[in-house]
Write a protein that binds this ligand. Structure first.
Ligand SMILES: [Zn+2]
Length: 79
């Protein structure tokens, strides 16, 4: 998980990533202990990627998430 990630609404760090797609057994186990929130199989560019357990806020969007992942891969590739 990213460092210093906080809820933009209430500032809580009690947040979980939202996972899309077919969950693996491992992910389902995590969902059981509320470490991730399953977003289901339907995802679009505006789907939120973070959920705050304190104020039930959802934020972020999936296209940013993909963009960050792409940049991270490029950084590693260029090293
Ligand atoms: Zn919050």
């Amino acid at each position: 998980m990213e460092k210093n990630l906080k809820c933009p609404k209430c500032g809580s760090t009690n947040i979980v990533p939202i996972v899309y797609g077919m969950p693996s057994y491992e992910l389902l186990e995590k969902e059981g202990v509320r470490e991730v929130l399953l977003g289901g199989c339907i995802v679009n560019d505006l789907s939120p990627i973070w959920h705050c357990k304190d104020c039930q806020n959802y934020w972020g969007n999936y296209s940013d998430h993909l963009e960050n992942g792409r940049q991270e891969l490029e950084k590693r590739h260029n090293k």
